[in-house]
Design a protein around this ligand. Structure first.
Ligand SMILES: [Zn+2]
Length: 253
């Protein structure tokens, strides 16, 4: 298989990566204590399945301050944002916005549609949600929202992810990706949303990018879509059974 990553996306990501590198010293002291602070209950994500057991509310990291968010926004490449969107595209973003509100992330992230050709969604610096137009066109509102939930999940493992990336630890990066999938399932159980579109959304993105650009250069850092689907099914079953248990306990009271 040929290695043909989108040059535009690579350039965009490289530009972000160098800025993220500079920003790490600013963000790490902020993030690190959040995983060790007393009174937050058990927020340890030892394995992807533990994401189904943590309390999302109390374990959610505090948003960046306005100054920190402004610094992240200033670090973005100047070109590449798309603001002329169709009505359908705006409707999808409005659905995403409703989901972000359920996670107290409405307005916390600046949402930007960007022009690299790859179908890609990413959370930059815990402050900017980047969605390529290809992803916006390819995915349904529910699928896009499921992928965004995965990105919100990255906030819970931000420092571990950066450490694994810096160390080139592919197996740890894969584990953290699966942890974000499990966190997404837990977030998507919120009324009005659902985890069912998550695995199909990953498959649609992978298929599109493979067909148009070949195997990504950093493929070894991501779990295969089959593995993602298995984990998503497993976690959703765990959550469903615990919810049924909760319901029967409350009925007995
Ligand atoms: Zn991810």
């Amino acid at each position: 298989m040929t290695l043909r990553p989108s040059v535009a996306l690579m350039r965009f990501q490289n530009s972000l990566a160098s800025n993220v590198g500079q920003g790490l010293c600013v963000f790490l002291p902020l993030i690190m204590p959040l995983f060790a602070a007393p009174g937050r209950g058990n927020c340890r994500l030892a394995d992807p399945e533990s994401a189904a057991r943590i309390d999302l509310e109390s374990c959610r990291p505090a948003p960046l301050s306005p100054e920190e968010k402004a610094a992240v926004l200033a670090s973005l490449p100047r070109d590449g944002e798309i603001t002329a969107l169709t009505g359908g595209e705006r409707e999808k973003l409005a659905f995403v916005d409703r989901f972000l509100a359920t996670q107290h992330r409405r307005g916390v992230y600046a949402v930007k549609v960007i022009d690299p050709a790859q179908a890609w969604v990413g959370l930059h610096g815990r402050a900017v949600l980047l969605i390529t137009r290809s992803a916006l066109r390819l995915l349904s509102a529910a699928e896009l929202t499921a992928i965004v939930a995965h990105e919100v999940g990255h906030e819970y493992v931000y420092s571990e992810y950066d450490a694994a990336k810096a160390a080139g630890n592919s197996s740890e990066l894969k584990r953290l990706e699966l942890t974000c999938d499990a966190l997404a399932v837990a977030m998507l159980k919120h009324p009005g949303f659902g985890w069912e579109p998550l695995a199909p959304a990953f498959e649609a993105l992978a298929r599109y990018n493979l067909e148009h650009f070949g195997t990504p250069l950093n493929n070894e850092n991501y779990p295969p879509t089959k593995e993602r689907r298995k984990l998503i099914d497993r976690v959703s079953r765990t959550l469903l059974s615990s919810r049924l248990r909760d319901t029967s306990v409350s009925r007995q009271r």
